[in-house]
Ligand binder design. Structure first.
Ligand code: M6R
Length: 357
């Protein structure tokens, strides 16, 4: 039920801090350590390469998940769009582990891949919000995202929950291999839940940002680098699917290779900068679009901020920044769609779960 909320999407955005805290609880033992199925730990340990398979928003969570698996657990990881993998399979490693990410656990493109790789004898793990769904029944292992039912077609809390579960998997993978890492998913996720709450409390501000940057526009670009490149792809998907504004997320460095030709007077460009090592680079890109007339909305953190930034996020672990930086992107999309009178929870032409190829 929506309760006092006008839309499920807004309710589900607001639920994110609780979901993250719920995940911490579910994956923590009484000593505060990570509690993960021994068989999953062994499968991850044995694998020489991870293949993450997903669609849409779940694919975007996979992009962030890859960074966690490589940087924390030192596991080589590839992320593939399920429908592409299905008909254009890459060369597989000797001992792959397939990780399917799916809110619904019913996405047909993912299932197609699962059927094929099972035939080859590959092992599989599904990260899903729906235990008992087709993908969990057919794969070897399941990790539950514990986000509660997601009703709005536009995925919000499932995305952050998927990345949170990845952070736990990555930390566990690091421990299992004896990697000396100071990454503590449990404590980082606690901080993230607090940061999410701070942002969810700023709805009036987010609504104003949607008015200032999205009113009457036909298109909108999102740019970022490193983890911010992953989150801007999700920001663009959110905006396009519910507001019908044509939106694309780009790597900041790619602008000059083509996209900058599209910038006109007043074109909104949302620049996300949470990564200190590329802060100067993305700010350079933002200056380039401003010089061509762009209306630049800059989202930074306490650590990367400069005077005049539009939204400043609390400081967060840079590897987990999408969990927090996506919140303003979700809210801005929500208000942009609302201002246009769009059916926020049930956008045209879309279904909540895509069970046909
Ligand atoms: O249930 P799944 O996570 O497998 O769904 C994948 C996509 O269909 C889904 O994320 C879709 O892109 C959403 N509408 C995005 O908000």
């Amino acid at each position: 039920e929506k309760g006092t909320y006008s839309h499920f999407m807004l309710k589900e955005i607001d639920e994110q801090p609780f979901v993250i805290r719920n995940i911490i609880q579910k994956y923590q033992d009484k000593d505060g350590d990570i509690k993960l199925d021994q068989d999953i730990r062994a499968a991850l340990n044995d694998a020489d390469r991870l293949y993450v398979i997903a669609a849409g928003t779940s694919y975007h969570a996979g992009l962030a998940g890859k960074e966690l698996m490589e940087k924390v657990a030192e596991k080589p990881t590839e992320v593939h769009i399920a429908s592409e993998f299905l008909y254009n399979e890459p060369l597989l490693s000797e001992n792959p582990l397939f990780i399917f990410i799916s809110q619904s656990g019913e996405t047909a493109d993912c299932r197609g891949v699962l059927v094929n790789v099972k035939e080859k004898g590959c092992r599989s793990l599904t990260i899903t919000n729906v235990p008992g769904s087709t993908l969990t029944r057919e794969s070897d292992f399941t990790l539950h995202t514990y986000a509660g039912p997601e009703i709005a077609v536009a995925s919000t809390k499932a995305y952050t929950a998927q990345m949170a579960v990845f952070s736990i998997l990555a930390m566990d993978g690091a421990r299992a291999q004896g990697i000396n890492s100071d990454f503590n998913a449990i404590s980082e996720l606690g901080l993230i839940a607090n940061a999410m709450e701070t942002l969810c409390d700023q709805k009036d501000r987010m609504e104003q940002v949607a008015r200032d940057y999205m009113s009457g526009t036909r298109n909108c670009f999102f740019i970022g680098r490193a983890m911010d490149y992953h989150v801007v792809q999700e920001g663009a998907l959110k905006l396009k699917e519910i507001s019908y504004i044509q939106a694309e997320g780009f790597a900041g460095g790619e602008l000059k290779h083509g996209t900058i030709a599209l910038i006109e007077d007043g074109t909104p460009v949302v620049g996300v900068t949470t990564q200190q090592h590329v802060n100067a680079n993305i700010r350079g890109n933002i200056q380039e679009v401003i010089a061509r007339g762009a209306n630049a909305c800059i989202i930074s953190t306490e650590a990367t901020k400069e005077e005049g930034d539009t939204i400043v996020l609390p400081n967060i672990n840079e590897l987990l920044s999408p969990l927090v930086s996506v919140v303003p992107l979700q809210l801005i999309s929500y208000y942009a769609a609302l201002h246009r009178g769009c059916d926020v929870d049930k956008p045209r032409n879309l279904a909540k779960s895509v069970t046909v190829e």
